[in-house]
Design a protein around this ligand. Structure first.
Ligand code: AMP
Length: 448
């Protein structure tokens, strides 16, 4: 007896002593883990707004005969260093880059054009069709400072058009992007600004003139401009620092250095936009943040909120830079997070929610199988239908149906079941009618 008591005490001491070592099962330690800075959960009503916008995108792309492309979220880091430009803010400061377990440097895509071009070359798409129009909706990742509408994970709708050097291809991409704003009711809330940054010949002449102008002023300008002076002088033009803007008041503009071909292309773009009624403003200061653009460049800005909603332009050299055959190309990327922000701001998505057509409230538990058959039948016919799955009281079921915004509640109790009937309750006015337990009869009652 004493022996076994001592044994027990020993075991207790052992447990008490070693508890921290072997008692801390993962389930014992509770810890609240929150989302990463710059990311969001998109839930229920918000997700409906996303679906609404994505559906409009899909509709437009179908109507414009654009094929979809989906590319990986991570790519070789080198793709962005070469494709986007290693002097851009994106590549310099904002990429999520890491070594994978095989020691390769990979990057979460900060934009999608480079990935699409890689896929275009790798899959030999140029031999399949020319011109080729591709669209995508995809998440991008940039390690940016947080502001309203600026996230570290965000989504773009984009289009890339390969194989046409005509201004008509530029116009096609502007038509598609503008159409999304028009369909969402945002056309008068955004401004389309366009410019031409010329081809490499015009740019070489322009950069000489630009550097000549900036050189004596450089010491009064910000560090970014000083760095860009050597590496990427065109980006000096759109510096947002007040002291730099002041120094750049009389800076030469690229449009005065365009060669005949670039000038005529740009005039054609402007004239066609006038003729087809797409409003725009020429802004000689647009150079775009990514290195690969040439000739036409454009941006969409939400005028009142000062928020960039998208941008695009021509990039005739990128396919070649990434190892493909020389192929003219043009494309755009629109920020869907910002477009949704605008829809909310201007109350343009208040009534997009679809209420459910019918909710099945079951009072007699024997009626569940009939209910499940009917609700599934209605769903197959395209109705939005739901049924109690908690075996709750009738009162709670009605309350829940009301919360769902159900137009009708189909009530099946013992009495109804024995007569092969149900009661259809109109939730708007509270009126009730008797109906057979039959999908077609219920459909007639719903009257849709
Ligand atoms: P970019 O690829 O930089 O030309 O950006 C195209 C569009 O994507 C911008 O006009 C924005 O609407 C959107 N965008 C870019 N960066 C972000 C971000 N960090 N958060 C949300 N939207 C963004």
């Amino acid at each position: 007896m004493v022996k076994s008591l001592l044994k027990l005490i020993n075991i207790s001491i052992f447990i008490a002593y070693f508890k921290p070592l072997w008692y801390n099962f993962p389930g014992d330690v509770t810890m609240k883990i929150t989302k990463q800075k710059g990311t969001r959960d998109i839930i229920l009503e918000d997700a409906k707004i996303w679906q609404y916008v994505e559906n409009e995108v899909r509709k437009i792309c179908r109507e414009y005969n654009i094929g979809e492309i989906r590319t990986p979220i991570f790519e070789a880091t080198e793709l962005f260093a070469r494709g986007v430009g290693d002097e851009t803010d994106i590549v310099n400061k904002e990429m999520y880059t890491f070594l994978d377990k095989g020691g390769r440097s990979v990057t979460l895509r900060p934009e999608l054009t480079a990935g699409v071009v890689r896929a275009y070359i790798e899959n030999g798409l140029s031999t399949q069709m020319s011109p080729l129009k591709l669209w995508y909706i995809g998440n991008m990742y940039r390690y940016e400072k947080m502001q309203k509408g600026r996230y570290r994970e965000f989504t773009q709708f984009g289009m890339e058009l390969f194989g046409s050097n005509s201004y008509l291809a530029d116009i096609e991409t502007i038509c598609v992007s503008y159409e999304l704003f028009r369909r969402l009711g945002l056309a008068d809330k955004i401004e389309l600004t366009i410019n031409s940054i010329g081809c490499s010949e015009c740019r070489a002449k322009y950069i000489t003139a630009l550097k000549e102008y900036v050189k004596p002023r450089l010491e009064n300008m910000c560090d970014n401009c000083k760095r860009r002076y050597e590496k990427n002088p065109m980006r000096i033009i759109d510096c947002k620092e007040e002291k730099c803007k002041k120094e750049l008041e009389n800076v030469p503009m690229i449009t005065d250095y365009l060669c005949e071909e670039c000038k005529s292309d740009f005039e054609n773009v402007c004239n066609t936009l006038n003729e087809i009624g797409i409003p725009y403003v020429v802004d000689k200061k647009i150079v775009r943040g990514l290195d690969y653009y040439n000739k036409t460049v454009y941006e969409y800005t939400a005028k009142d909120l000062g928020l960039a909603a998208g941008g695009g332009g021509r990039y005739d050299k990128l396919v070649e830079v990434l190892g493909g055959n020389a192929t003219p190309a043009v494309g755009f990327g629109l920020g869907l997070d910002r477009i949704i922000l605008l829809l909310k701001e201007y109350h343009l998505c208040d009534n997009i929610s679809e209420n459910i057509d019918v909710y099945f409230a079951i009072i007699d538990k024997k009626a569940y199988s009939n209910g499940i058959n009917l609700v599934n039948d209605l769903r197959r016919k395209g109705y939005i239908a739901d049924i109690d799955i908690c075996r709750r009281s009738f009162k709670s079921q009605l309350k829940y149906a009301d919360k769902l915004g159900a137009k009708y509640v189909c009530i099946i109790g013992e009495d109804e079941l024995s007569h092969n009937k149900c009661i259809m309750r109109n939730m708007k006015d509270g009126s009730q009618v008797e109906c057979s337990l039959d999908t077609d009869e219920i459909v007639k009652c719903i009257g849709k």
